[in-house]
Design a protein. Structure first.
Ligand SMILES: C[S@@+](CC[C@H](N)C(=O)[O-])C[C@H]1O[C@@H](n2cnc3c(N)ncnc32)[C@H](O)[C@@H]1O
Length: 195
């Protein structure tokens, strides 16, 4: 079974008649993989229309002549586009000013332009550093001492090193693409030397 084109074209035209034009996204495993950069681009639009398929998918004329882009949430196949649409909505809306309590939050996370919290500095595209909260000691597990030192510069350097190390261990592909400054390069070389 395949979604016919008529109702999908009609539905999107009805939405646009109210909202005005905007990107029309067809959720599809054949689409471009969703990533933070794509979410940031979509977050700039006032309205984004999402089309979710089911069964075999949607008549190809929808992809070719109605959708402005096809987006996949990963290289696997789900039964329908509803969950991919929910993933896309959450990923995009949290970038819209006012949605998160603290605007800085979304800028300091994995894949963001400044995942280490150094607003405006290079280092784009690495994973977030580890986070801790109270209590300082849980069973025999303690929070790293540096975080209790009150030395903000030392803490910043520690966080950056942790972020680089985690990225190198978990996602070496990201390290290869990240914009690393001289200090990052030195930290990374040391991490790699120690192994
Ligand atoms: C069973 S899938 C269709 C698969 C399609 N016949 C193919 O092999 O490429 C049904 C619908 O689920 C949605 N879907 C499934 N996997 C998806 C993914 N990884 N990303 C985005 N949407 C997905 C799409 O809307 C798709 O039209």
């Amino acid at each position: 079974m395949v979604f016919k084109p008529e109702p999908v074209f009609r539905a999107v035209r009805a939405v646009h008649a109210e909202s005005g034009p905007g990107p029309v996204v067809l959720l599809s495993p054949q689409g471009r993989l969703l990533d933070q950069a794509l979410a940031e681009r979509l977050a700039l639009h006032a309205h984004v229309t999402l089309i979710c398929g089911r069964y075999e998918g949607v008549d190809e004329r929808v992809a070719a002549h109605l959708a402005t882009e096809e987006i996949s949430i990963g290289d696997y196949v789900l039964s329908g586009g509803e969950l991919p649409a929910a993933v896309l909505m959450e990923c995009v809306t949290r970038l819209v000013p006012g949605v998160l309590g603290n605007e800085e939050s979304s800028r300091q996370e994995s894949f963001s332009p400044s995942a280490d919290g150094r607003a405006g500095m290079s280092g784009a595209g690495v994973l977030d550093c580890p986070h801790y909260t109270r209590p300082v000691k849980f069973e025999d597990l303690t929070v790293p001492e540096i975080l209790l030192s009150g030395n903000h510069e030392e803490i910043r350097r520690w966080r950056r090193r942790q972020a680089l190390e985690k990225t190198w261990r978990m996602r070496p592909d990201l390290v290869a693409r990240a914009a690393l400054d001289d200090q990052d390069q030195r930290m990374l070389a040391e991490i790699q030397r120690i192994g």
